[in-house]
Write a protein that binds this ligand. Structure first.
Ligand code: F6R
Length: 242
């Protein structure tokens, strides 16, 4: 595991964008695994700037997102499909048909999850998986106690995660407690993984993932078993590392 500690969130974003840029110049038809949430937002801004400056192109890229709320249609402002279109896809030259986000309105989520895995396999597997980490150590929506070999499936979100994400929903608005998420086993099949975390409220999750025992109570800790992981954190998120 490579740990990179940088001064602030902006430097983390720049490092992440450079890593993705290197991946795309080495393999323009890369398959990227993508995440939503606050952590990758500045990185997506950097990628858009790089695209506008003519430094990168997403023309041949395929993407698979980690997760989506069950019960939200793709045009709902809090859906992860909406987030990805707004924060990245609509701003670069990617073909939207080459972008996949789990279908939160699927009539048969179990069959959908199996088909999602199959499409990832047929695309040749994920070359670079981008991850954030939850305050409770989750990756994707694989909450603590998730099987470390799990596949794409429906998960119930913990109270902590629902609480952490409440900020995105209006008071009284329906907030899903279920999500479709890539499994931990699915994530571990990516050829390389880039995990970003910033801010003090991620310090404990980062220390447990990087230095703690490998345990289902801290899903991110399984990344210690992956051959090519880079964890990029700012000083605040690094503060509980030994
Ligand atoms: C998002 C995802 C989640 C987030 C995590 C951190 O697609 O899979 O695991 O990465 O909840 O969220 P932020 O970055 O908002 O703190």
């Amino acid at each position: 595991m490579r740990i990179v500690v940088l001064d602030d969130a902006q430097a983390v974003a720049r490092f992440g964008a450079d890593t993705i840029g290197e991946q795309l110049s080495a393999k323009p038809e890369s398959v990227l695994g993508l995440a939503t949430g606050s952590s990758p937002l500045p990185l997506y801004q950097e990628l858009i700037s790089d695209y506008q400056a003519g430094k990168i192109s997403f023309k041949s890229v395929r993407t698979f997102n980690l997760d989506e709320y069950l019960g939200l249609p793709g045009d709902h402002p809090q859906s992860y499909r909406h987030f990805m279109n707004k924060q990245l896809f609509n701003e670069v030259d990617i073909d939207l048909d080459n972008t996949e986000v789990p279908d939160g309105m699927s009539k048969n989520p179990l069959a959908f999850c199996a088909a999602y895995e199959e499409r990832m396999k047929q695309a040749g597997g994920v070359d670079l998986q981008l991850l954030g980490i939850g305050r409770n150590g989750h990756i994707g929506f694989n909450e603590p106690s998730s099987s470390l070999v799990s596949r794409t499936r429906v998960k119930t979100l913990t109270r902590d995660t629902v609480e952490a994400n409440r900020r995105f929903f209006a008071p009284g608005e329906f907030q899903p407690h279920l999500a479709i998420t890539m499994g931990i086993g699915t994530i571990m099949e990516a050829r390389s993984i880039l995990l970003l975390a910033t801010g003090t409220d991620k310090a404990k999750a980062i220390a447990e993932a990087v230095e703690g025992p490998i345990s289902a109570s801290s899903p991110g800790s399984i990344l210690q078993m992956h051959a090519k992981v880079t964890v990029v954190v700012d000083r605040e998120a690094a503060q509980e590392l030994k």
